[in-house]
Structure formats: C-alpha cells, structure tokens
Design a protein around this ligand. Structure first.
Ligand code: FEO
Ligand code: CA
Ligand code: CA
Length: 812
C-alpha cells in the first residue's frame, strides 16, 4: 500500500512524494502550496482517492523480523524543482533510497525515509524511478519503487504586482536577505559602518552603487578555485558611482572653490570593484569579513595597459611616460567573465569625471579635439565631484591632478592631457589573486562600455565578446579573438597570461541592422572601408588609433545608431544574443529605423515623455549559428511599455499588469550548469527606469523567450505631437505568461547585476542607489534597514541573496 503527497504545482515548485502512516489507506493527496497557505487538503484526497498504488514488499518474509516498506506511486514535476521522496518502513534496521533509472540526480539524505533531489533538466517528459529499501531485523532486504515524471522547465511562480514600497518584494515561496552593503568592512581592522557620514577608509569597505557581478566558486574545504561549487565563492562586483548626499555628514562641501581632500578620497574610493568571499552557512549566506581573498580595486589602483593601444602616444601621461600603465578603473557598470576564471569590469560614464580647461582647445590638435567631442569631454568641463580641485596635503601627489585632462605641461609626459584616453576600456581582474595587477584590454575598444559577454568557447573556434556602448545613438559591437580556443586554458594557473592570449589580439566589429531583418557585422580595422586616414571626421593613423577612437570608427563604418545599448546576454542553448536598448528621448518619428522603430509619447502625470521612453530588447541570431559570423538575422523580443499604452503602436508586445516594464537594462541568462540555463533557458531582465516610476519602483522580470523570427513583420504609426511617421519592423511573438514580474526594488533604486551559484539555487542581485534623490537630513529611502522593519536609516546600495524556500532552482 502506498500513497503520494504531491505538495505543490506549477505555481510553487515543490513536489513531495510521501507515504502514508496508515498502510491500509491507499490514497493520493495533492496539495497546492503558496504563500497564502496550503490549499487542497481533504478535497484533493477525496478527488484522487482510489488510484492504484504500485509498491510491494518483495522480501517475502513473515513475522516481526522482515521490514515492510512503501515508496509511492507516480508523481509529476518539472525541471529544477525540489522533490521529496518519502518512504515508510516498519521493522527496519536501515533504509536507503537509490535511483534506478532516468537522468542521474543527487539524492540528499538517501539513508533516511525522506530523501530530496532537484528535478533534472529534460527536453521532454522523462521518468525517474527510485527504489526505497529497508533491511529488516532478520537481514532480509525489502524494497519498493516509485516513479517521478519530470517535464521541461517552466516558470514556477506567480507574478508579483507593481508597487512603490521601500522593500524588495519577491513572489510567494521565495526569500530575500541582504549580503553586502555600502560601507561594510572587508577586513577585521576596519570598524563597522556608522552610516552617518563620518566613516572613512573605503579602500577596505564596500563601495557604493553596486552594479554588475559574477560568482566565482571556491571549494568548500579546499578554498581553491572550484567552478562547480555552490556553497562558497568569490563575488566580484562593480561599484559604478556614488550618492554623495549620504557619504558625508551633511552632503558634499566645497571650501573656497576646492573640495576637501578627505571628502574627495572617500568619493574616489567608493568607486571601482569589490572581490569578497561569500559562504553559505546553516542560516544562509554571509560574506567573510576576514577572508584573504577580499579586495577593493578603486580609481587609484595600479593598472596595466594591454593590447594594441599599449604604449601608444595617446596613452602617455606623467604617471606612465611610456603609456603602458595607469591608475584606476572608473564608473564600472556592467561586466563579463571568462572561462579561465577572471572577471571583466567595464568602464561606462567615465567621461563626465574629467576637468578640461576653458582654453584647452588652443593647445590641442584637431584630432584630439575630435576625440574629446565624440566622447563628451567638452572644453571647460568641470568634472563630476570636482576631484581635480583638491589641493593634496602631500606635496607632489597627482591623485587629484589626474582628473584634469587639460594640456598644462610641455608635452604629454608632463601632465594628464591623455588621462581620459586611459578610461573607457574592458578591464580584466583575477579574483583569485589579490596581487594580480588588473589589465585594460584595449583590443576591446574604448567606449561607454556596458559589459563584455562571452560566447563561442568551443575548442578550435575563436572566442567572441558582445559589447554595448551606452549613450543615445551609440552602437552594438563584438570582439572576435584572433586565437582559437584551447579547452585546457580554462584551468591554467596563470589566468592573466591566458587573458593576454585571447583578449589582446582580434577583430572589432560594429553592428548594422538592416530594414529587411538581417544585419551585418562591419569590421573596424585600420585601412579597411572608410576606417582610413582619409575619413573626414577623424583621420585614423593606426589600429591603436581606431581602438582609442572606436566611436569615430563605428561612425565611419556605418553602424546603426541604437536607443542606448545596455547589457547583452547570450542564450546558452541556441547562441541568440539579446541586447537591452534602455530608452532614447531623442528618437523622433522622422529618425526611427527598423531596429529602433518607436517614437511616441508616454504620459507621466502632467509630463509628456517623448521618443522611446520605455525602451526595447532586440535579439539576433548569427548566420550559421556561429558567433564568428559577419551577418545575422534579428527581431525585437519585447517592447517596454505600460499596459495602459496604445496596443497597436506602442505596447507592441501586449504587456499586461503582470509584466509591464520600462527601460530594460540588466540582462542575464541562467547558467547552463542547472535547469535554468538548459533546454529553454531563463532570461532575467532588470530595469533602470524613470519613465514608469509613477506606477512602480524598478523591477526584475523573468522570461522564457522564444527565438528570433517567432513573431512577424509589423508596420507601426509613430506620433509625437504634430510629427508623424510609419515604420516597418520585426516583432517577436508576444511573451504572454512566459514573461512575469519576479521582483520589485525599494524606493528610487535601480536593479542591476545578477548571477547565481552554479546550481541555480541561490541568486545574487544588486540594488543600486535606493533613495537617490534624498539628502542627509531627509533620506527618501531607509533600505536595506527597511527590509527588516528598520526606519530612519540612510539608504545603502547592497547585494541581496534570493533563494527558494523549498531549495529549488530560483525561478522554476
Ligand atoms: Fe551604467 Fe548604462 O548603465
Ligand atoms: Ca506612463
Ligand atoms: Ca546599466
């Protein structure tokens, strides 16, 4: 006799196969569990009563010395869900669960009545058979079997509503904890964070504005690199920017036209990168304050310059007269990683930090001025935070002078006129070696980098990195390494040397999206096409010159000007490349194109937001499904919009209250080491929005997207005021229930940065700049203190941990 308790279903993700305590009462109980409570109960028992069981006792003994067991009948679940096998045994001296057939799973507590496992990834419904056996007092083994049918992965939660609360909200069955906050000390010598503006020493504290992140595994006991570990690891993450109001007792100050040195140092050190050790303990995840792996990289950390621009005349400064080194990384936004165990941190809005004198053009060449203009460092720029205004206490220190990129000395080796050329790069960091000097990989070009997302790590093929340049009307790029991949390099001891091998030589391309739904990757190679000395807007002189001035090169080649390319993500199963185009207030009905097809008005209160205020997510499939291809096909996966907007011309993806969003930014596919990144991978979408914030704080959604071409051609009518136009484009199949809101953040935050442990059962997400418009005396958020009921605290950017309460893969 036996019975099954199916606890859970599509919307909770927990299956339990449970044997009754009453061996004479065969029945099947189905329960549906949600945050609202357990539904079903006796009604379900009654409905399913009478289904046949399949257990047996094959020991055949009689009397009190032979065990009797029950295992259960067939149950159904889907990939990634936690499953509980519950057997009962009487008269047993020991019990054991063993898997007899189906894709292998890891059984936890296999020597107890109740064993658990995570349903494996499958493409079609697949049976797994388990045997529950007991040894009786007479030594005779008795066993019974049960079957679990596993179906393909599916979203396993109910969408949460939009909201304006000052907490992180997630679906029923999930939990949030706060892991690593602005100011948290990363060694034992640094005091706890007072969070009142008096704290110092940020080179040994968490920085501000947490952004892109990646989890690097550590063996639970070895403490060495272990790419399969889900219990211990290193989190590498970016600290993009600062909210100065909360860093000082009463906000930032200026005295006699100069910033106080102590304030400026604090602000500088709050930028950069953290590497911290994190550990899963019995009560959840925490960071290890005294770990020897912990490290801060700041805008003052020594860096090497690598690749074609190393040593170029445009890279020389008084700090490095040969142009091979520099100090610092800045405005680190999105990120990337490599299979050899390094982190890629990407420099985005660095241009705004530099001072440039009001007469600097007179001392500059036409090319230098064209460079400054194309990257946005105007003559007379004061520089964010006015760091260059500081008079240092230490005579001769250039810690602050380097933020003045004016021509002040006799030549480039006597000043920092070229300092701005040292920023805008992809920077490789070895998270496993606190002493490794980060290397700026100049072959990946200088721009407002969002991230560098890897693809094509197949033996003998050339690795590829996809990269967005986030400004209105900028481009989407890819770098194709010159060096075919050798699988053994993934575990090489000298990781930075492997970086040299694959990241210092290759071909840079910019994307052109054509009106017929195809596209071309245009090479940015000195001497090819219009990328020559004859190009009118910028006379190129070398490949280093092309890379330092990549925006000019992309103009020359004829890339498509996009609605602010943010993150990209590569589908780990089919290789399709998704790209968020966050918004573009400058798009008009007369300047749309097929890939950036909308220009409209989105009302927000009394204000009209014009252009493409809600953004969209475009995707491409490389020709022949090879990332090395030079052509592709594309469509728009989803258009951001409030569900209240016009369904014919604006809300083109048919979003409703469960999934409407605006300004997509962060983008990430589940890792292929678990069910969230296999068969039909999960796509996480994070927003950084100001257009929809009357209806909701920023949010994170989860999708199972289709494929390029699953929708069709469409022509839309654009209207902004009196201006009108029509635009043909290609729209993917409306996502419907395959796109759902998973998380809403606290007040005035941005959701950005996401990764999981390899098993997918823990995800890490960054909450950036909560309460960003408040002041020291009037904070507009109390998060993360508010997450546990706290009030009156200054807000702090922080990393959160999300887990599923039943231990299943997050999202499934
Ligand atoms: Fe730092 Fe474009 O987001
Ligand atoms: Ca609106
Ligand atoms: Ca971003």
């Amino acid at each position: 006799m036996s019975e099954i308790h199916l606890t859970g279903s599509h919307d909770d993700g927990n299956v339990e196969l449970n044997t009754s305590s009453n061996p004479t009462f065969g029945s099947i109980i189905e329960q549906r569990q949600s945050r609202r409570g357990i539904l079903g109960g006796m009604a379900s028992v009654a409905a399913l009563f009478g289904l046949a069981g399949c257990d047996d006792s094959n020991g055949g003994g009689v009397g009190g010395t032979t065990a009797t067991v029950q295992a259960g009948t067939t149950g159904a679940t889907t990939s990634g869900k936690a499953v509980t096998l519950s057997g009962t045994a009487s008269g047993a001296s020991s019990v054991q669960w063993i898997q007899e057939s189906g894709p292998a799973v890891v059984l936890t507590n296999a020597n107890s009545n109740t064993a658990t496992f995570i349903a494996p990834s499958v493409a079609t419904a697949t049976n797994l058979v388990f045997s529950f056996s007991a040894s009786g007092g007479n030594g005779v083994a008795t066993s019974a079997t049960t079957t679990v049918s596993v179906g393909p992965a599916a979203l396993g939660f109910t969408a949460i509503p939009k909201n304006l609360l000052d907490v992180v909200t997630v679906p029923a069955g999930y939990s949030v904890s706060v892991l690593y906050r602005l100011g948290d000390p990363i060694n034992t010598a640094t005091p706890a964070y007072a969070n009142n503006g008096t704290d110092t020493g940020f080179a040994t504290r968490a920085g501000d504005h947490h952004d892109g992140l990646y989890f690097f595994g550590l063996g639970a006991t070895s403490g060495l690199r272990d790419d399969s570990s889900s219990a211990r690891g290193l989190l590498a993450m970016n600290h993009e920017n600062i909210t100065p109001a909360y860093l000082h007792p009463n906000g930032p100050t200026t005295v006699a036209g100069a910033r106080p040195e102590a304030e400026a140092i604090k602000e500088i050190e709050c930028h950069g990168v953290s590497v911290i050790e994190v550990l899963r303990g019995t009560t959840g995840w925490s960071y290890v304050q005294n770990s020897t792996f912990n490290r801060r990289i700041t805008p003052l950390t020594p860096m090497a310059l690598n690749g074609p621009a190393r040593g170029d005349a445009q890279m020389r400064t008084v700090f490095s007269p040969t142009g091979v080194a520099g100090r610092g990384t800045l405005n680190n936004c999105a990120n990337g990683y490599t299979p050899w165990g390094t982190y890629l941190t990407c420099e985005e809005n660095w241009a705004g930090y530099f001072r440039r004198s009001s007469t600097d053009n007179a001392a500059r060449t036409a090319k230098e001025i064209a460079n400054f203009n194309r990257y946005g460092i105007a003559q007379g720029a004061s520089g964010a935070n006015a760091w260059a205004s500081v008079t240092p206490a230490t005579a001769g220190s250039t810690v602050f002078a380097k933020w003045n990129t004016s021509a002040l000395g006799g030549d480039a080796t006597q000043d920092f006129r070229n300092e701005a050329n040292q920023f805008g790069w992809v920077v490789e960091v070895d998270p496993y070696d606190v002493n490794a000097v980060p290397r700026k990989r100049t072959a990946l070009a200088r721009m407002g980098h969002e991230g560098a997302w890897p693809a094509n790590f197949v033996a003998g093929r050339r690795p590829v990195f996809y990269m967005g340049d986030d400004s209105r009307g900028e481009y989407f790029y890819k770098f194709v390494s010159a060096t075919p991949w050798v699988a053994a390099d993934a575990q090489a001891a000298d990781r930075m040397a492997i970086g040299d091998k694959y990241l210092d030589n290759g071909t840079l391309y910019v994307a052109r999206y054509d009106a017929n739904g195809t596209g071309v990757w245009l090479p940015l190679v000195f001497g090819q096409g219009f990328v020559t000395s004859a190009y009118a807007a910028y006379s190129f002189s070398s490949q280093a010159d092309v890379l330092i001035n990549a925006r000019h090169a992309a103009d020359a080649a004829g890339g498509t000007k996009m609605d602010r390319p943010e993150w990209a993500a590569v589908n780990p199963v089919n290789g399709e490349v998704y790209l968020t185009l966050t918004n573009n207030s400058g798009r008009t009905p007369s300047t749309t194109d097929a890939a950036n097809p909308r220009a409209y008005t989105d009302p927000k209160g009394a204000a009209n937001q014009n252009g493409n205020p809600n953004g969209h997510i475009i995707r491409l499939r490389e020709t022949g499904n090879t990332p090395e291809a030079v052509s592709f096909t594309w469509d728009v996966y989803a258009f951001g919009a409030g569900s209240d907007l016009n369904a014919t011309n604006i809300n083109l993806s048919g979003l409703d209250a469960t999934n409407d969003f605006s300004s997509p930014d962060g983008l990430w596919f589940g890792r292929p080491q678990n069910a969230s990144g296999l068969v039909n991978p999960l796509l996480w979408i994070q927003t950084d929005d100001g257009a929809f914030t009357d209806q909701t704080n920023n949010q994170m959604l989860l999708a199972q997207p289709g494929i390029v071409g699953d929708g069709g051609a469409r022509t839309i009518s654009n209207t902004v005021g009196a201006a009108t136009g029509t635009q043909a484009t290609f729209v993917g199949k409306a996502p419907g229930l395959t796109l759902r809101r998973f998380l809403v953040g606290p007040k005035e935050c941005e959701i950005t940065g996401i990764d999981s442990t390899p098993d997918g059962r823990t995800i890490f997400v960054n909450i950036q700049h909560p309460g960003e418009t408040g002041s020291a005396t009037t904070p507009t958020s109390a998060w993360p203190a508010s997450q546990t009921g706290g009030t009156g605290s200054r807000p702090r950017s922080a990393t959160i941990v999300i887990t599923k309460d039943d231990g299943g893969v997050v999202g499934l």
